[in-house]
Design a protein around this ligand. Structure first.
Ligand SMILES: NC(=O)c1ccc[n+]([C@@H]2O[C@H](COP(=O)([O-])OP(=O)(O)OC[C@H]3O[C@@H](n4cnc5c(N)ncnc54)[C@H](O)[C@@H]3O)[C@@H](O)[C@H]2O)c1
Length: 260
């Protein structure tokens, strides 16, 4: 049966950032549902606890709370993951600070700019590189997945967000190229308008979406599992896979009105 056993529950170990809410939460829950021991990492401990409580097999989940905008927290997460699970083989980077419409080019402050880049890009790079180092040393395969955005390629009126995602999209390609010969695959999942918490969705957006509805976090999780699975997607790396109901075929954003 090809689709019956996408993961190896003995060997595969996952770490999901942003697992307290939205897309990261749905992916982490789906992973434990497939029998993969998984660290649920997020800024908010209470969100992690709730996500684990609602997961299909909570006994396979390991909670971790900390601020991934800080390099020392990334190091602490890596050592907590190793202590709890051994080597991480599957890494998902979904954590991202909230995006607020008010933070347009003239308004966004330095800290908001820096935090967006620190969590999306710096933490993603640091975590992926450290996990890869250990896998390469142990001659073990791995699979990494980054949550980028349609706005890695088109403006979002939030320059801190779109530039962080554009850099992340290139990071995926850099790491896929460098780690490929060590059998570590690195891919991007590109969500459309997902009513998942981080994006305050206007239901009227549905008319711009060819499939006729906004997405749910649960629309992302099955594709995330397929791309993470070394059995289902062994020959896929450096890819950006849109899960957007066709939204990328349109662009509905007007430029922001500047209050000057
Ligand atoms: N929802 C969408 O429509 C959409 C569209 C395109 C891309 N994405 C991307 O998908 C990913 C998940 O989106 P979502 O809507 O589920 O987001 P979300 O806001 O619901 O969840 C993000 C999680 O990241 C955590 N987080 C924020 N800052 C953190 C920090 N400093 N340290 C640790 N954790 C931190 C938050 O606590 C939250 O639980 C994000 O990277 C987002 O940019 C989402």
């Amino acid at each position: 049966m090809l689709l019956g056993t996408p993961f190896d529950p003995v060997r595969d170990r996952a770490l999901v950032t942003g697992a307290g809410n939205g897309i990261g939460r749905a992916i982490a829950q789906a992973l434990v549902g497939e029998g993969v021991r998984t660290v649920f990492a997020d800024l908010h401990g209470e969100r992690v606890a709730a996500a684990i409580k609602a997961a299909p097999r909570p006994e396979l989940a390991v909670p971790w709370a900390g601020d991934l905008s800080k390099p020392e927290a990334c190091d602490a997460l890596l050592s907590a993951a190793r202590d709890a699970l051994g080597e991480v083989t599957h890494f998902v980077h979904s954590a991202s600070p909230p995006r607020r419409e008010a933070d347009h080019a003239l308004a966004v402050d330095r800290k908001t700019w820096q935090d967006m880049h620190a969590v999306n890009l710096d933490a993603g790079f640091h975590l992926a590189r450290e996990i890869a180092k250990r896998l390469i040393g142990a001659k073990q395969p791995g699979s990494f997945l980054f949550l980028t955005s349609l706005h890695a390629g088109t403006p979002r009126n939030l320059p801190h967000y779109s530039t962080a995602k554009a850099a992340m999209a290139m990071l995926v390609k850099e790491l896929a190229k460098t780690f490929g010969r060590y059998n570590i695959r690195v891919n991007a999942l590109v969500p459309g308008a997902i009513a998942a918490g981080g994006f305050v969705a206007d239901p009227a957006l549905a008319r711009h979406i060819p499939l006729g509805r906004l997405g749910q976090a649960e629309d992302l999780a099955p594709m995330a599992l397929a791309v993470l699975s070394n059995r289902l997607s062994a020959y896929v790396t450096g890819a950006s896979i849109a899960v957007d109901g066709g939204l990328s075929l349109t662009n509905w954003f007007e430029p922001p009105v500047l209050d000057v």
